[in-house]
Design a protein around this ligand. Structure first.
Ligand code: UD1
Length: 420
C-alpha cells in the first residue's frame, strides 16, 4: 500500500514546473472522439484520471500511446459507443464522454457516474441540455441509453453554471446542425482551453470564458497538436504549501490570471506574490494572518478545489478564518484528519471556522478525496515530526507526483510503496 511520509519543518525554496491541467485534459480527451483523426496532446499530465480516460478511448477502438509527455490519440478506428460500468466507475467525470460519443456516433450507452466522495454528483443539467438538442435518453436501471440520429442546435440555458454540463454540451453541439448558444455557461479557464482545442481541430466555438458560449455545429473536424494549459489547482496547492511551510518558491508556467482569488487571499494572509509570463513567485516569511471569509463560488470566484489546501495553510495563522463552501455538499471531509494533526476547525453545515494554533503535530492521516489529500500534505509540511498519509490513490487522480514536486522545493517527503 502506498503512503506518503512527510517530516515537517523544512522551509521551501526553489522552482518547480506546473503540470498540465487535469480538468482541461479530461474534456479534451473526450473531444478527441469528434475529430476522427490524430491528436497530439503536449504537456498531458500522467494521472490516474487520465489513465482512466485512456482505457475508455481504447475500449472504444481508439489508439492511444505516450511519447514523452505527449499523449498521441488516434480516433480514426472508433468502433463502439458503449462504455462499460467498470470503466465509468473509475472516474467521476466520465459523463463528459456522452456528448462527444453522441455527436460522433448518433448513439451512446453508458452507466450513471453515480455519487462521489464530495456528495451527490447529478448530471441532470447535462441530460436536459442533450435532450433539448434532440437526444432521446432513457435512464432506467442506472444505464443511460441515448439516441440522437439528428442533433439540432438551439439556445440552451443552464440553471447553474456547471463546468461539466457546459463542456458536454459544447461537445454535443459540435455534432448538431446549426448554431447552439449555451447561456449561463461556466466560465472556468478549462472551458476556454476546450474551446481552443476544438477550434484548433477546425470547430467554430466562441465566447468561452464569458457566460455565453456559441458553437457552430457540423463542421468537419481534423486532428491537431495542442499544448494543454497549466493546472491552476496544482499551482494553488504549491502556493499554499509555501504559505504553510514558509519559504520562497517559483512555480514555472503557473498563470496568475487563473488564480487571482487565491493569490489575493494569500497576499492578505501575508505572502508576497509576484507573477510574470514565466510563472508565479511566492515568498512567505512570517506566520500567516487570518483572512476575511473565503466563499467558494464558480469561476472567477474562489475555487472549491482550492478550499482544502488553503484551509490547511491557515491552520497555524494568527486569528480565525471563516470558510463557506457553496459548490459541493460534502467538502469538509479533510477536517477530521486536519484536526488529528492539531488543527482547530469547527464545521456547521456549509461553514467551517479555522482558528489558528501555535503548533501542528505529525500524525497518521488518511486521504478522504483528491484535494483533501493534498491538504494533508500542505499541513504536514508545517507540523512537528512525521506525518504518514495513507489512501493516496485519491491524490494520484490529480497530481503527477506531489512528493517529487514538493521534494524539488525542499520538503522532506517520500512516497513508500510498502506497508509500514
Ligand atoms: C468540475 C471539476 C471539479 C470542480 C468542479 C467545480 C472537472 C473534471 N472537475 O467538476 O474539479 O470541483 O468543476 O468547480 O472539471 N450540478 C448539478 N447538476 C448537474 C451538474 C452539476 O446539480 O447536472 C451541481 C453539482 O452537484 C455541484 C455544482 O453543480 O454542486 C457544480 O458542479 P460542476 O460545475 O458540474 O462540477 P464538475 O463539472 O462535476
Amino acid at each position: 500500500m502506498s503512503q506518503l511520509l512527510i517530516r515537517g519543518g523544512s522551509r521551501l525554496a526553489g522552482e518547480v514546473k506546473i503540470q498540465g491541467a487535469k480538468n482541461s485534459v479530461l474534456p479534451i480527451l473526450a473531444a478527441t472522439l469528434l475529430t476522427g483523426g490524430q491528436v497530439e496532446l503536449r504537456g498531458c499530465p500522467r494521472l490516474r484520471d487520465v489513465d482512466a480516460s485512456i482505457r475508455i478511448l481504447r475500449a472504444l477502438g481508439c489508439g492511444v500511446r505516450w511519447e514523452g509527455d505527449s499523449l498521441l490519440v488516434d480516433t480514426t478506428g472508433l468502433n463502439g459507443c458503449t462504455i462499460s460500468d467498470i470503466l465509468m466507475r473509475e472516474m467521476r467525470s466520465s459523463a463528459i464522454f456522452l456528448g462527444a460519443i453522441l455527436a460522433r456516433c448518433g448513439q451512446a450507452e453508458l452507466s450513471y457516474p453515480g455519487g462521489c466522495e464530495l456528495g451527490p454528483r447529478p448530471i441532470d443539467l447535462h441530460l436536459a441540455g442533450l435532450r433539448d438538442l434532440g437526444a432521446e435518453i432513457d435512464d432506467a436501471g442506472g444505464t443511460l441509453h441515448c439516441k440522437a440520429p439528428r442533433l439540432r442546435g438551439r439556445e440552451l440555458v443552464l440553471s447553474l453554471p456547471s463546468v461539466g454540463a457546459t463542456e458536454n454540451l459544447m461537445l454535443a453541439a459540435c455534432g448538431a446542425e446549426g448554431t447552439t448558444v449555451i447561456s449561463n455557461a461556466a466560465r472556468e479557464p478549462e472551458i476556454v482551453d476546450l474551446q481552443n482545442f476544438l477550434n484548433a481541430c477546425g470547430a467554430r466555438v466562441s465566447g468561452a470564458g464569458s457566460t455565453v458560449v456559441m458553437v457552430e455545429g457540423k463542421r468537419p473536424l481534423h486532428g491537431c497538436t495542442y499544448q494543454v494549459m497549466p493546472d491552476r489547482i496544482a499551482a494553488a496547492t504549491y502556493l499554499c504549501a509555501a504559505a504553510s511551510a514558509g519559504g520562497s518558491i517559483f512555480l514555472r508556467d503557473a498563470r496568475e490570471q487563473h488564480l487571482a482569488t487565491v493569490t489575493a487571499v494569500l497576499r492578505e494572509a501575508g505572502c508576497t506574490i509576484t507573477a510574470d509570463s514565466a510563472g508565479i513567485a511566492c515568498a512567505c516569511r512570517d506566520r500567516l494572518r487570518a483572512v476575511r471569509p473565503v466563499r467558494t463560488a464558480p469561476y472567477p470566484g474562489f475555487p472549491t478545489d482550492a478550499q482544502a489546501v488553503l484551509m490547511a495553510a491557515l491552520l497555524r495563522s494568527r486569528g480565525a478564518t471563516v470558510f463557506e463552501e457553496n459548490i459541493f455538499e460534502n467538502r469538509y471531509r479533510h477536517v477530521d484528519e486536519l484536526t488529528r494533526m492539531g488543527g482547530s476547525i469547527r464545521v456547521s453545515g456549509r461553514v467551517a471556522v479555522v482558528t489558528g494554533v501555535d503548533q501542528l503535530y505529525g500524525a497518521a492521516v488518511r486521504c478522504t478525496d483528491l484535494r483533501g489529500g493534498a491538504a494533508l500534505c500542505v499541513a504536514a509540511l508545517a507540523a512537528e515530526g512525521e506525518t504518514r498519509v495513507s489512501e493516496i490513490g485519491h491524490i494520484d487522480r490529480g497530481y503527477e507526483d506531489i512528493a517529487r514536486d514538493l521534494r524539488t522545493l525542499g520538503a522532506d517527503m517520500i512516497r513508500t510503496e510498502t506497508e509500514i
